[in-house]
Design a binder for this molecule. Structure first.
Ligand SMILES: Nc1ncnc2c1ncn2[C@@H]1O[C@H](COP(=O)(O)OP(=O)(O)OP(=O)(O)O)[C@@H](O)[C@H]1O
Length: 327
């Protein structure tokens, strides 16, 4: 559906990223775009939508350059959701969502029963049905974000470009919205590119990850391949923070020299690992590479094979009120 040919994004002579000769996105794919502040996520989204000319190369949607799409045709094919607060004046929520149908109405702009049904369903899909009678300027940031996503869904576009749309949402809402978008991509064949700072959620949910690690580079792959390649770490790691391949999370880099291996099949193993991380320990999957080995011998009971740091580790374990087993 979407083909990026020899694309370079940026402004004037300033090139932010150079993409491979050909990058294609199929209908139904859900792509998460990651990168630190200022690496070019919004610039890439604007370029994909045809709102900004590429420094080099071309973006084609169904074979046509996106820069050649105009007015209604662009609005039928491409929906864009930004984090910025829209200047909509005194507008009702339902009116705003129904605006998503405008590219599909005739020249008179009259909504049919079907248009209204689609708008209602779109608001429902983002869990916003209860907001239908509200005014847009009375909504919280998170509520407004749902309504903007609903408007984009009502547009029934071929491609959705979403720029940090989950920034204002609480965790359950973020997960729900991402699940909804994934489902819509798959069921309705919409290509979705979503920029995000939520690395862990993106790693878990994206069909594909696009990473802008800086230095003009662009990394494209399955989330697991991108993580295993070390690209996530090299893009985000800093002195006090490192991406752990063992846990798939960012961890305090201070932990690197204090590696422990935790053994046990109880759910407490997970929570013990978290407590240890918080206390500055790194988790190591391979016991031979760990400085200390902690064994959860039975529910609520633990022992440390290496006595050297037993007292410090004991402090971490105290958090869980676990009883030490003498060995
Ligand atoms: N119109 C412009 N002209 C020149 N440079 C620009 C313009 N707009 C943005 N930039 C610069 O391009 C770089 C990339 O900006 P962009 O907004 O795409 O980054 P981003 O990855 O989306 O960042 P963030 O995570 O902070 O939103 C930044 O250095 C920014 O200052």
């Amino acid at each position: 559906m979407l083909v990026l040919e020899g694309l370079q994004i940026g402004y004037g002579r300033k090139v932010l990223a150079t993409l491979p000769p050909v990058t294609a996105v199929a209908a139904g794919e859900f792509v998460c775009l990651l990168g630190r502040n200022g690496q070019g996520k919004s610039t890439l989204l604007r370029t994909l939508g045809g709102f900004l000319a590429p420094v080099a190369g071309q973006v084609r949607l169904h074979g046509r350059p996106v820069t050649a799409l105009r007015g209604v045709e662009r609005a039928r094919r491409i929906a864009v959701v930004l984090t910025e607060r829209p200047q909509v004046g005194a507008l009702g929520v339902m009116e705003l969502v129904e605006m998503g149908r405008q590219p599909h109405t005739g020249w008179a702009g009259v909504l049919s029963e079907e248009d209204r049904r689609i708008a209602v369903a779109a608001l429902d899909q983002v869990g916003g049905a209860h907001l239908a009678a509200r005014m847009v300027d009375s909504l919280s940031d998170g509520e407004r974000q749902r309504v903007m996503i609903a408007r984009a869904l009502a547009q029934q576009p071929d491609m959705m470009l979403l720029d940090e749309i989950t920034a204002f949402l609480d965790l359950p809402s973020r997960v729900t919205i991402i699940d909804t978008l994934r489902r819509i991509a798959a069921e309705q064949g919409v290509a979705i590119v979503l920029s995000s700072h939520d690395l862990e959620l993106s790693l878990q949910t994206a069909d594909r990850l696009w990473l802008l690690p800086g230095g003009g580079r662009f990394v494209d792959g399955a989330p697991e391949d991108v993580a295993l390649s070390g690209a996530v770490g090299s893009a985000f790691d800093q002195e006090n923070l490192a991406f752990s391949l063992d846990s798939g999370r960012f961890e305090s880099a201070m932990a690197a020299g204090r590696c422990v291996h935790v053994e046990g099949d109880d759910v407490a193993t997970l929570w013990l690992s978290r407590a240890l991380r918080r206390c500055g320990y790194g988790l190591e999957g391979n016991p031979d590479r760990a400085a200390h080995r902690i064994v959860l011998a039975a529910p609520g009971r633990w022992r440390i094979d290496d006595a050297m740091e037993a007292s410090t580790i004991a402090e971490a374990l105290d958090v869980l009120s676990m009883r030490r087993e003498t060995c």
